[in-house]
Design a protein around this ligand. Sequence first.
Ligand SMILES: *[C@@H]1O[C@H](CO)[C@@H](O)[C@H](O)[C@H]1NC(C)=O
Length: 220
Amino acid sequence: MEALQIIVSIFILALASSLTFASDPSPLQDFCVAINDPKGSVFVNGKFCKDAKLAKADDFYFSGLHIRKNTSNIFGSTVTPVNVAQMPGLHTLGISMVRIDYAPYGGLNPPHTHPRASEILVVLEGTLHVGFVTSNPDNRLISKVLYPGDVFVFPVGLIHFQYNIGNTYVVAFAGLSSENPRVITIANAVFGSNPSINADILAKAFNLDWKMVKNLQFEF
Ligand SMILES: *[C@@H]1O[C@H](CO)[C@@H](O)[C@H](O)[C@H]1NC(C)=O
């Protein structure tokens, strides 16, 4: 092989492995407590590591997931995240978690996707209808009603939702396979983008009246 081909292959291999692993699969340190570089010059996975000698227990600690959050919002659900933003010690570890509270009679975590994480959810209280949809061309809905102690997994990237079909609060916890899973909420991304997607495009894509698209864009 020519030298150039070898260099290109190595580059592609390095790129592929950096895309494959959201976490560092083979860390050469015990941890990397995230700090935002005051000089802001170079970012590794979006953060810098604090000097390990300065790491303290609070970098690996969060308190408050025992508290039920107010669900009086338009969807009737509230997510309390514990990811790298709340717990800097999670940086490079490829895990995080959330508590989700759902209001009785229809509290909804609306259809959304985590571009970088699978999610494993356990119900502690209440009755939760959950589901995800597979990719094209099947677009198969895989759904289930969960009761306390039931666990369900949402595979990485797939659109999913949770809906409280009971008359009591639902409390659920979920683990996510990224320290920074992010969320793309479908309605917000499609109808609430900033600036707006041209209404003609959405009317055609969703087979909707132009006026209906404008209304949806107003809503989101
Ligand atoms: C919950 O939030 C709503 C809307 O913001 C507010 O009116 C209500 O007082 C809050 N309830 C509690 C118990 O804090």
